[in-house]
Each structure stands twice: as structure tokens, then as C-alpha cells.
Design a protein around this ligand. Structure first.
Ligand SMILES: Nc1ncnc2c1ncn2[C@@H]1O[C@H](COP(=O)(O)OP(=O)(O)OP(=O)(O)O)[C@@H](O)[C@H]1O
Ligand SMILES: [Mg+2]
Length: 230
């Protein structure tokens, strides 16, 4: 089943800067989709309109059967809150809260979850009472993943999740994402300019100048731990 369906989606900034130039795309339930492309090709713009962080200029976007592009901002915020997790290059942690408290921020009122259990799964339990400035980059990113996980999202959107990390730590972060995909069947859409990461994807999408120029499936997914940055 498709989680997302995009039909002829365009995003034009300031009436002249064409960031998405007619994108048609389906994202399947339970897959890892990796979106590759050079700087400025429209990867983040695609992720932003897919996830309802921003509106397209034209075209249609469906989340299952629900049309997103004519929802108002409040309805979109509600949909993101209930269904989505976000992981960015910059972690976006609250500096005045501990690792535990940062993760707690991801809680929605309906769910009753065990933060310590998630911290154990992310190898963060020893970092529980530390503040972000006392954590390494890889630990901060795992706190961000744990924060997005505690509401058990349907989809996790990642924009350059390993962009600020070295290869070894980056692979640990990817391994955690791969585990979540396998154990919880969470759909993951991951944007990167690192072509090595495409090997963990079920589906790879390549962008250039606001268009999808290639889309293919991997018959077999590499383990994140086996990757080598090229
Ligand atoms: N808010 C904005 N206002 C105006 N132009 C924008 C805005 N956001 C993005 N753009 C433009 O849209 C195009 C696509 O940008 P986007 O951020 O999607 O690229 P990207 O593929 O994510 O690049 P990078 O790998 O550098 O992150 C670029 O030309 C960019 O300058
Ligand atoms: Mg980007």
C-alpha cells in the first residue's frame, strides 16, 4: 500500500525559483526510501512538501487516501503530530533539558511509553541525565531518533541525518534507523547527498534540478554496518 502519492507536484519559490518541477512519486508502506541528488536539486523541498511542513505550489499530495495539499496549517500540524517523526542534521535538541527530558518532549498525550526502554534500545541509558552539550554528535542524533520514536510514528523523515557525523558514528545512527524499520515496519524517507547510503534503501530516488531523474529498487539491502563511505 502507498503511504504517499504525489501527482505532478511543483514548488516554485518567489515565482521564479523552481525547486520541484513536476514530481510524481509513491512511497510504499514499510519501505526505506533514500533520496539522493546534488546540492540544490530539491531534496529538502521534496521532503518538506511530502511531510506537510510546507505546501506545494501545485499538484496533489495524498497520505493514504487523505489529500494533504488543501488542509489548513492547523490540520497539517495535527497530522504531523500524530503520524510523523523528524530527524535533521542539526539534531534540534533543547539545550536546557537532559537527554531523558528531550526524549520525553516527543510524547503525545495518547501514548503511554517507557522512555528508559527506548533509551536502552538506542544505547543511551548511561547518558540519561546528561545535557546536550555533554553528548557526542552520534549520541545527540540518537536522542533525536528516540524522541521521534516515542510516539511510534507511521513515517520518519530524515534530512541528512548523518551529515554532521563521521563515518563510524553515522553508520551506528543508520543501523538504529534500519532496526526501527525492520522491527516496527516504520516507513523511512531519508534525504542525503551520500550515495553509499542508497545501499540500505528498498527504493532509491535520484533528483536533479527539481526532477526525479532515476528511481530503482534494491533487490537486497546492505546492513548499515557494512557500508563504506565513498
Ligand atoms: N525558502 C526558500 N526560498 C527560496 N528558494 C528556496 C527556498 N528553499 C529552497 N530554495 C531553493 O530551491 C532549490 C532546492 O533547494 P533544496 O533545499 O530543496 O535543495 P537540496 O537538494 O536539499 O540541497 P542541499 O543538498 O544543499 O541541502 C534551491 O535552488 C534553493 O535555493
Ligand atoms: Mg537539503
Amino acid at each position: 500500500m502507498s503511504v504517499y502519492t504525489l501527482k505532478n507536484v511543483k514548488k516554485i519559490y518567489n515565482q521564479r525559483n523552481v525547486a520541484l518541477d513536476g514530481v510524481d512519486l509513491k512511497v510504499q508502506e514499510g519501505e526505506i526510501m533514500v533520496i539522493l541528488g546534488p546540492s540544490g536539486s530539491g531534496k529538502s523541498t521534496l521532503l518538506n512538501v511530502l511531510s506537510g511542513l510546507d505546501y506545494p505550489t501545485s499538484g496533489e499530495i495524498y497520505y493514504y487516501k487523505e489529500k494533504l495539499n488543501n488542509k489548513d496549517e492547523e490540520a497539517l500540524a495535527e497530522y504531523r503530530y500524530h503520524n510523523l517523526g523528524f530527524i535533521f542534521q542539526s539534531y534540534n535538541l533543547m539545550p536546557t533539558l537532559t537527554a531523558f527530558e528531550n526524549i520525553e518532549l516527543g510524547k503525545t498525550h495518547q501514548n503511554d511509553c517507557d522512555i528508559e526502554q527506548i533509551m536502552r534500545k538506542m544505547d543511551l541509558i548511561d547518558q540519561k541525565d546528561k545535557y546536550p552539550y555533554q553528548l557526542s554528535g552520534g549520541q545527540m542524533q540518537r536522542v533525536a531518533i528516540a524522541r521521534s520514536l516515542i510516539k511510534n510514528p507511521k513515517v520518519i523523515f530524515c534530512d541528512e541525518p548523518t551529515g554532521a557525523l563521521d563515518e563510524k558514528i553515522g553508520k551506528i545512527v543508520l543501523e538504529k534507523l534500519q532496526n526501527i524499520n525492520e522491527t516496527q515496519k516504520t516507513t523511512i524517507v531519508l534525504v542525503t547527498h551520500n550515495p553509499s547510503i542508497a545501499q540500505i534503501a528498498h527504493t532509491v530516488v535520484k533528483m536533479n534540478s527539481g526532477k526525479i531523474v532515476e528511481k530503482y529498487k534494491n533487490n537486497k539491502q546492505a546492513r548499515a554496518s557494512e557500508l563504506r563511505w565513498v
